[in-house]
Structure formats: C-alpha cells, structure tokens
Design a protein around this ligand. Structure first.
Ligand code: TYD
Length: 140
C-alpha cells in the first residue's frame, strides 16, 4: 500500500520472515525516500498525553509504530487528518510545514521516527499561529 496526499505519504514496508517472526530493513534512498541522518524513538507516553504540537520548517520524517498504536493528527494549515499507526510494517512520511500531534498512545507504544536531518531546535515551529502565518506566506 502506498498512498499519497498533501499531508502524508503512507508506505507499506516490506517485512521478511515467517511464522517465527518478521524483520523490516530500512535503507537510505533504497526503501526510505531520503538520507537518514537521525533516528529517535518515543516510548512510555501516557495515553492521555499529547506529544508533538509542532511543525518543522525543513524536515522530512518517517513515523513507524514498532510496538502498540497511537494516533497522529496532521494539519497543513488548510486541512487536517487523523491517522492511526498500529502496524510495525506501515509508516507515514511527513513533509515540512505540517503541524503534528501524537495522542492515544497504547501502553506498549514505541514510536520510531526516522529523519533526514539532525536535531535543530531552530527548525521547530512551536506556536500554531506562527505556523499558520508561515503556511500563508509560503502559499503567496
Ligand atoms: P520534544 O521534541 O519536545 O518531544 P515532543 O515534541 O514529542 O514532546 O523533545 C523532547 C526533548 O528531547 C527536548 O528536550 C528536545 C530533545 N530532543 C533531542 O535532543 N533530540 C531529538 O532528536 C529530539 C526529537 C528531541
């Protein structure tokens, strides 16, 4: 499954294995659409907590729930969509200038994030009004 819209790009990841278990291998520019510069993962998030609440000026990311499930709200300033991540062989690509909020984390959730750039606090847009203004300016 591979679906593209203006907010995200679903990617079905090829899993290798048999009844004993499965393995997913991700390689820069082969089955990942960018050069991998950073990997981080989020776990132990309480179900009532909302993570994210930011956008990026210039960052591409692939999100995979390698364990459990969570929901992701994506908002490009014009449209919003909530998607559920619940399979370790599915991922979503998120482009820059997309506001994201992650919530409804299951207790066993481990959310893996693969990014095309290093951590840079200056790349974050943490204020929603700033985000909307940046989107408007980008569209002009
Ligand atoms: P943060 O981005 O606030 O997580 P969330 O937006 O999901 O709540 O990150 C939490 C802390 O970790 C913050 O101090 C920044 C730091 N951090 C890094 O050092 N490197 C990273 O790659 C990321 C994503 C965060």
């Amino acid at each position: 499954m591979e679906t593209e819209n203006s907010l995200f790009h679903w990617k079905k990841l090829e899993a290798k294995g048999d009844d004993n278990g499965s393995l997913v291998a991700l390689e820069s520019n082969l089955n990942i659409d960018f050069d991998i510069k950073r990997i981080y993962y989020i776990y132990g998030t309480k179900s009532e907590f909302i993570r994210g609440k930011h956008a990026h000026k210039n960052l591409r990311q692939l999100l995979i729930c390698v364990s459990g499930s969570c929901k992701v709200l994506l908002d490009n300033g014009n449209e919003k969509e909530v998607i559920e991540l619940s399979k370790p062989n599915e991922g979503i690509y998120i482009n820059d200038l997309v506001w994201r909020e992650m919530f409804d984390f299951s207790s066993d959730n481990v959310l893996l994030v693969i990014a095309n750039n290093f951590y840079d606090e200056d790349d974050y847009i943490r204020d929603y009004e700033d985000f909307i203004n940046l989107v408007k300016n980008a569209n002009n």
